[in-house]
Design a protein around this ligand. Sequence first.
Ligand SMILES: *Cc1c(COP(=O)(O)O)cnc(C)c1O
Length: 493
Amino acid sequence: MNHYLLPDISEPGKTGCSLPALDVAPAESLPKELLREEFELPEVSEVEIVRYFTALSSLNYGVDSGFYPLGSCTMKYNPKWHEDVAGLPGFALVHPLQPVESVQGALQLMFELQDYLSEINGMDSTSLVPMAGAQGEFACLLMVKAFHQDRGDKNRNKIVIPDSSHGTNPASAVMCGFEVVTVPSDKEGNIDFNMLEAVMNEEVAALTLTMPNTLGLFDPQITEISQLVHERGALLGADGANLNALLGNVKYGDLGYDYVQLNLHKTFSTPHGGGGPGAGPVCVKTHLTDFLPSPLVTKDNGEYVFISPANSTGKLCDFYGNFGVMVKAYAYLRFLGAEGLKEVSNNAVLNANYIKEKLKKYYHLPYDRKCMHEVVFSGKSQMAKGVHTLDIAKRLMDFGFHPPTVYFPLNVQEAIMIEPTETESKETLDAYIQAMIDIAREAEENPEILHTSPHNTPVRRLDSVKAARQPELNWSMYMSSKKRETGTKETEL
Ligand SMILES: *Cc1c(COP(=O)(O)O)cnc(C)c1O
């Protein structure tokens, strides 16, 4: 019997409860117009429904159940202790409308976190308000726009972005009313400097350059790039989602960046996936401080207060952002300290390079150079046998691993993007490497086993587009989709 599918166990007449015999007069039935005619629910016994939900709960794969090398997502282990801290009543039970005198501790935490994030990134001030990386990008571009307008430089309506970029980079630019100019990568995987030089005219407001880039590579031309961008009157912005590669070792400010948005839910220990909650603080140099989204926390006469910067681009959400995520980031920073942070990025980079060296004999490595926190392979060599990256990713599930990010970045054919993070042991990395090697051998000898994978999951290959557009999240959604599929009428099901 398949415990994952309720229709398999539902039988008319089964029930999960038994009520005692009525010892009062029965109430009158509800009037007919208040009764639903269609009210289909599965009919199951109590033990069956318990097994059903228990089986479902064990299907959820997460960092707490296994290795999760989803490139660009930094799916590292988040210590449970941070949850305890965020759950302390003084943090968890504060209300956003409380008078500030009564929440000085919470404001002190925000104040110090602003400072730590500025310091880590070599910036001058930070707003904690944005609630996701993408919203942080949007906030940065609002500031870019306001900065140029404020200087009377009104024709800068373009944002330059490399072709390796994360999809949110062009999306945020368009949301903000900018036009996107894409620059290709060169043979080394860096932004093509000559092409960049050619597009950097007086209409460009900023260059968004993820560092390391989405190929996991540090662009050694960064000083020249920063010089060029500033000479042409534009700003240089980092998508700081890849901060795990630099933490404690390199500061965006020192590289010449004017601003950066962070992902506390990637780098600073908040579990993520499934859409939140997250936090995407933005850190800026002095010339952008006045435009930061409000509110900021400052200290005035020994008291912590909220302020709005002089030319603030405004509020991005109700109240102050996702406070619980800030508490976890603060706990993480205080726990690790400066030396600990350095070790985080050192190990993240070491682990990615270890995987790169061990697997490059088996998978095509488009850019054979030292990588940062993630490594991008291509499934090109396996294509000769009709095996695609998707087959490799699905087969990994049979070995008990979460697949890496696939088909991204877009400028690598059949991309396989692996980000091991710093929290995995050598044993785990070795087991994963062995699985990848076994799969490369299978692609040579028995490609069919890859085409039909995964073999051990309750459902095989999902239509991920349909899953997003027509999710069946409960029984009635499931029943109506069955009806659509089979064309059956209510009564026949
Ligand atoms: C995850 C990510 C983003 C978007 O962050 P969200 O918090 O999901 O909005 C942007 N850029 C890069 C490089 C990322 O990895």
